[in-house]
Design a protein around this ligand. Structure first.
Ligand code: FAD
Length: 285
C-alpha cells in the first residue's frame, strides 16, 4: 500500500526503520529482525540504503521481507549511487517485489568512491522516479536545517522545490527538542509547503549511540536529555529504560500537539521499538 494513502486515511501512524547488513554479510539475521519488527504492526517499515549503494539488493530484499509479513515497505535510494541504468534496474526490482514506496535521498559523498553525478539533488531523483511509474516517493527534511545549507531560508526554499518535484511526504532528521520541530513546521506552512511531515524520533539507549548521533546528525541535545544521559550512562539497563521513556514522552507530546505521524529510528532493535509501541498502544489505537 502507498504511504500517501496510509497518511491520508489514518489519524495516527507509527513506522519503524531497518538497516541492511554490510556488503557480503548474510541476510538471514536481518530477515529475522525484519520479521520481528513487522510483528509489532507498524504502519510501514523503512529500509535504509548503504552509502554508495553497496547494499542496494539487500535494501530491496529486506523491504520485500516486510511486505511478505503484511507491512508496507519504504525502500531508500540515493543520488550519489544512482544513474539512469541503476535507477531503472532498482525500480524494476521493487516492482517485482510489490514495493510501492521509495525514500529518495541525495546521500553523502562516499569516502574513497566517486559519486555518480546524474542526479544532483534529491528532488532530481524524485522527479525521475515519478516519471518512471506510479510510486509513492518521500524525501528528507531537517528541522535544524541541513548542515550544507547557507541559511534556513535557503533550506526551506530547497524543500519547496522538493515538494514541487512530486515528493509525497517528508521524514525529518532526528531531533530531541520538540520545540524545534514545531518552529520548523510553522516555517514550512508559512512558505506554503503543505506536504505531510513524519517526525523522526531516535530512541537513545546507550552512551555509544549519543556520540555517534551527534557526530552524524549534528543535532542539538537539550538540557533535559543531557541530564538523563549523565545520570544513567553508567548503567546500561537504566540507560535503555530512560532512553525509551524519553522517546515515548517526545512522541506523546508530538501527538498531543497534532504531529500525528511518527517514524521511530529503531535501528534493527525490535525490542526497543516494541517497548515504545507498547507505551503508546492506547494512544495509537
Ligand atoms: P537534498 O534534498 O538534495 O539536499 C542537500 C542539500 O542541498 C541541502 O543543503 C539542501 O538545502 C540543498 N538543496 C536541495 N535541493 C536544492 C536545490 N534544488 N537547489 C539548491 N539547493 C538545494 N543517507 C544514505 O546514504 N542512505 C539512507 O538510507 C539515508 N536515509 C535517510 C533518511 C532520512 C529521513 C534522513 C533525514 C536522511 C537520510 N540519509 C540517508 C542521509 C542523507 O543522504 C543526507 O542527510 C544528505 O546529506 C542529504 O540528503 P537529502 O536527500 O536531504 O539531500
Amino acid at each position: 500500500m502507498k504511504i500517501s494513502k496510509i497518511l491520508a486515511e489514518k489519524e495516527i501512524t507509527v513506522s519503524c526503520e531497518l538497516f541492511p547488513p554490510k556488503e557480503g554479510s548474510a541476510l538471514e539475521q536481518s530477515r529475522e529482525i525484519a520479521a520481528a519488527t513487522a510483528k509489532l504492526r507498524p504502519d510501514f517499515i523503512s529500509v535504509t540504503y548503504g552509502a554508495a549503494g553497496s547494499t542496494a539488493g539487500y535494501t530491496a530484499e529486506l523491504a520485500e521481507e516486510s511486505e511478505r509479513h503484511g507491512v508496507p515497505a519504504l525502500a531508500h535510494l540515493t543520488c550519489v549511487s544512482s544513474d539512469e541504468d541503476s535507477l531503472n534496474g532498482y525500480l524494476s526490482l521493487l516492482r517485482k517485489y510489490g514495493i510501492e514506496n521509495l525514500l529518495a535521498l541525495r546521500g553523502d559523498m562516499p569516502q574513497g568512491r566517486e559519486p555518480k553525478r546524474v542526479f544532483r539533488y534529491a528532488s532530481d531523483l524524485i522527479a525521475a522516479i515519478k516519471a518512471r511509474g506510479d510510486f509513492c516517493v518521500g524525501g528528507a527534511c531537517y528541522p535544524e536545517c541541513h548542515p550544507e545549507s547557507a541559511s534556513v531560508a535557503a533550506d526551506i526554499e530547497a524543500l519547496r522545490i522538493k515538494a514541487g518535484s512530486g515528493c509525497d511526504f517528508f521524514t525529518t532528521q532526528m531531533f530531541f527538542d520538540n520545540e524545534i520541530m514545531y518552529s520548523f513546521l510553522s516555517k514550512l506552512r508559512k512558505a506554503g509547503i503543505n506536504t505531510p511531515v513524519i517526525a523522526g524520533i531516535m530512541p537513545i539507549t546507550s552512551v555509544k549511540q549519543i556520540e555517534r548521533t551527534v557526530k552524524l546528525s549534528g543535532t542539538v541535545l537539550p538540557r533535559r536529555f543531557l541530564e538523563m544521559a549523565n545520570r544513567f550512562c553508567g548503567d546500561a539497563a537504566a540507560m535503555k529504560q530512560a532512553g525509551i521513556a524519553f522517546a515515548t514522552e517526545q512522541i506523546i507530546d508530538l501527538i498531543a500537539n497534532g504531529v500525528n505521524n511518527i517514524h521511530i529510528y529503531t535501528m534493527n532493535r525490535p525490542d526497543i521499538a516494541g517497548e515504545i509501541m507498547g507505551n503508546i498502544s492506547e494512544i495509537r489505537k
